[in-house]
Write a protein that binds this ligand. Structure first.
Ligand code: SF4
Ligand code: SF4
Length: 167
């Protein structure tokens, strides 16, 4: 019987573990435009991300395979982030000395554009503060998840994956 990976026992994956499973986008690519990165390490029968992608950037031969993004084909449309039922897709872009992280945000209230929010890592721990730069509310006809984009210090680009709105 194969050993259960640490990230499954822990309940979240570290950046090092993630990039041992999928390739990390290059810095040049991260500076060019937003790029979608799946954090979906379990082989579960699920594929709405692949179905919604307009450019065929998400490689997944069968719904049981892990999604792997062809970063050159990704246009940063964010549909995979909105449609993923597991809240497992994110987008990252490097802008100057900051990083912009696009993430699902299911909890109410939704923050407002320009609002300062508490940045949370994958364990749900506060790691700093950042500014919300875009908010896309739920697309009612499809029931998609609301998404937000938050600007964070560069050193937190691969740690921040949620926010807390202080209201
Ligand atoms: S952001 Fe758009 S183009 Fe990129 S992988 Fe997701 S759905 Fe495909
Ligand atoms: S939609 Fe989300 S949970 Fe389903 S395979 Fe894609 S990334 Fe994984």
């Amino acid at each position: 019987m194969s050993e259960i990976p640490d990230y499954l026992k822990r309940g979240y994956i570290t950046p090092g573990e993630l990039f041992s499973i999928i390739p990390k986008p290059s810095e040049d690519r991260l500076r060019e435009r937003p790029v979608a990165v799946p954090e979906c390490p379990q082989e579960i029968p699920c594929a709405p991300c692949r179905e919604v992608c307009p450019t065929g950037a998400i490689n997944m031969p069968t719904p049981n395979d892990l999604p792997v993004v062809d970063y050159d084909k990704c246009i940063g449309c964010s549909l995979c982030v909105q449609v993923c039922p597991g809240l497992a897709f994110f987008m990252v872009q490097y802008v100057g000395d900051r990083a912009r992280i696009t993430m699902p945000h299911e909890l109410l209230p939704l923050p407002e554009r320009g609002e300062t929010v508490v940045l949370l890592n994958r364990a749900g721990e506060p790691v700093g503060r950042g500014k919300v730069v875009t908010v896309v509310p739920r697309e009612k006809s499809r029931g998609d998840t609301p998404i937000i984009t938050v600007e964070v210090p560069m050193e937190l680009a691969w740690d921040v994956r949620a926010v807390r709105v202080e209201g």
